[in-house]
Design a protein around this ligand. Structure first.
Ligand code: PMV
Length: 319
């Protein structure tokens, strides 16, 4: 039996632009997903995912190609891709467990995909490298969703805070401490794939969208420098600018704007949406002495504060 865990993530800078060849900055957070796995003597694959109300979902190793319910899709397709790549086959018992709700947008699908592949690599003694896990997990996510930059997979594997370019062309760890982020959940689940497709459509029609992404790239370059130097006031300003760009793409929402505005009014250095937009979470950075006031303001505006630490460790085998 092996048990593996991987962290969730929050996008700090470069949301959406990273789907189109630009860089982003993502941090791994201390809310983890875990997968327990063991081999079976027969050819059944039995998945339990209590948080998703999945009890004993059973398929045979020959049925991995079929359509699976969305709650187990990432696990099932990751197994299929792993078996195909290494020409293996075995029955398995699998149990997933999450410390965070799949509604937050913390990347539960990518974290569970990474955990599944790492657990298989351990169980079958393949010794996959981080980049090999990345490539197979990214393929799995693209097989299912069709779109995405892979930043969330990189965060789950490498942990820390990463400078990441589309598809894993560059994955570089930033040298920085925990960032004292305030995270406000809107209570609304974002539909990432729909928003990514909407932005892609806009890009086809309007050339200003490329200019928007170019500016986002500049912001990412500056943010990298100022994050590493702990210049939180400048990082906050850059968050505001990045949010302005995202808002102009039409991916913000009344709820996000409300929480972000309340953070500004309460004295935050800066605030922005994190991820695809449309819901999920906003993030804010505030001077130490204003942190509590900013949190209260976000709550009063209808947000739910989720305590997080950034820079969490990447995928690992648990004892
Ligand atoms: O909605 P999330 O948290 O999965 O973030 C999506 C971020 C995008 O840049 C919009 C998409 C991507 O795959 O990079």
């Amino acid at each position: 039996m092996v048990k593996v865990s991987a962290p969730g993530k929050l996008m700090l800078f470069g949301d959406h632009a990273v789907v189109h060849g630009r860089p982003c900055i993502v941090t791994a957070v201390n809310h983890r997903m875990s997968v327990e796995m063991e081999k079976r003597e027969d050819s059944k694959i039995i998945i339990n995912a209590p948080e998703m109300n999945i009890n004993d979902y059973t398929v045979s190793t020959n049925e991995l190609n079929k359509e699976h319910p969305k709650e187990v899709k990432f696990v099932a397709v990751a197994i299929k891709n792993f078996f195909e790549k290494y020409n293996l086959k075995s029955g398995l018992n699998i149990k997933t467990k999450s410390e965070f709700s799949s509604k937050f947008g913390f990347g539960s699908s990518s974290a569970v995909t990474v955990c599944t592949i790492k657990a298989l690599s351990e169980l079958f003694k393949i010794g996959m490298t981080e980049k090999e896990i990345f490539d197979l997990a990214y393929k799995t996510v693209l097989d299912i969703q069709g779109v995405g930059s892979g930043f969330d997979i990189a965060a789950a594997i490498y942990g820390g805070t990463l400078y990441f370019v589309t598809g894993g062309k560059t994955i570089e760890k930033l040298d920085m401490k925990n960032l004292p982020l305030i995270v406000g959940y809107t209570g609304i689940k974002a539909d990432t794939a729909t928003l990514v497709r909407m932005v892609a459509e806009k890009k086809k029609k309007n050339s200003y969208v490329d200019a928007n992404f170019d500016l986002a790239e500049k912001i990412v370059f500056d943010a990298k420098l100022h994050l590493e130097n702990d210049n939180h006031n400048v990082v906050g300003e850059l968050m505001n600018s990045n949010h302005g760009l995202l808002n102009s793409l039409g991916v913000s929402s009344a709820e996000l704007e409300n929480l972000i505005h309340s953070a500004h009014k309460a004295g935050a250095y800066g605030a922005k949406l994190s991820g695809a937009g449309g819901g999920d979470c906003m993030i804010a950075l505030a001077p130490e002495e204003k942190k509590e006031v900013v949190k209260k303001a976000i709550e009063n505006a209808g947000g739910i504060i989720i305590p997080v630490e950034t820079n969490a460790k990447g995928v690992r085998v648990e004892e």
